[in-house]
Design a binder for this molecule. Structure first.
Ligand SMILES: [Zn+2]
Length: 274
């Protein structure tokens, strides 16, 4: 099956796509009107607007580095997952989404990187907890957030994962242990490239997730301005491992790629995996 990931309402119901994901709240922090009959997507702990307006909500490392776009390894600003009022706001946004459409996808869940968060509130909460291992405590924070979300999402619940299947890496990085989250129905792994001129690394990552996960997962490919043949190759590789293939942010190019694949399948042609 194929899906589209978009921020444009007009692209949500094209016949080429079996499912559609709509960006109801993006990393910009801006919320759009949730859409019916689609999977609405909510960026949870990435929010540039909130970080700008409420700097105290930005996670800090032990050495005082803030998790914002000023750091070379962050493309957007993060928000500390232990801030109760912000969490309530995210849950309220999710409630608005599922009132319109029962399925929901969570983006940007977790701590920004292993060295976060050492804000006063996190230090206090960790100190007050029963945990001695800070990474185990971080996992409990994320798991309880996901449980709160599960309680209010009546439909299928998706969670986006950073594309690192190596055992232990995701837990250390974000606090997500994808093998211990039975409240999630499906993971989405974005594996983005601007060209997909080679695909061996896509196959390695996809295979790694097959080895790790019992929960179904789909792969999201980047479709913007990618050559249709190259995107077709990447799609074929991803399809061999993932439940569905989703295409990000260029519905026209994605549709052209699906049509090409369908035509080739009718002609008996197939893409090689090399
Ligand atoms: Zn914190």
């Amino acid at each position: 099956m194929y899906g589209v990931v978009t921020r444009n309402e007009g692209e949500l119901h094209w016949p080429a796509f079996d499912t559609a994901f709509f960006e109801a709240k993006s990393v910009s922090g801006r919320a759009e009107q949730p859409q019916p009959d689609v999977v609405n997507m909510v960026s949870c702990f990435a929010d540039n607007a909130t970080a700008r307006d409420s700097p105290a909500l930005v996670p800090v490392s032990e050495t005082g580095e803030r998790a914002t776009r000023e750091q070379p390894y962050f493309d957007w600003a993060h928000i500390c997952p232990t801030h109760d009022r912000y969490r309530e706001g995210v849950l309220a946004t999710i409630e608005e989404c599922v009132a319109v459409s029962p399925d929901l996808r969570l983006d940007d869940v977790g701590f920004p990187r292993p060295e976060y968060c050492h804000c006063d509130r996190c230090n206090q909460k960790f100190g007050d907890s029963d945990y001695t291992d800070r990474f185990a405590w971080r996992q409990s924070v994320i798991k309880s957030f996901l449980q709160d979300v599960r309680d209010i999402v009546p439909g299928r619940l998706y969670l986006t994962l950073y594309p690192d299947p190596y055992p232990g890496h995701l837990q250390k990085r974000t606090g997500i242990d994808p093998t211990a989250l039975d409240m999630i129905d499906e993971f989405v792994v974005p594996i983005y490239d601007m060209a997909y001129s080679t695909t061996y690394w896509l196959e390695s990552l996809a295979k790694g997730f097959v080895s790790r996960l019992k929960t179904p997962f789909s792969i999201e490919l980047y479709a913007v301005d990618v050559d249709v043949d190259a995107l077709g190759h990447a799609t074929t590789v991803a399809q061999a491992y993932a439940k569905d293939v989703l295409f990000g942010y260029d519905a026209s190019n994605a549709q052209a790629t699906i049509r090409r694949l369908d035509a080739d399948a009718r002609d008996g042609k197939s893409f090689s995996h090399t």
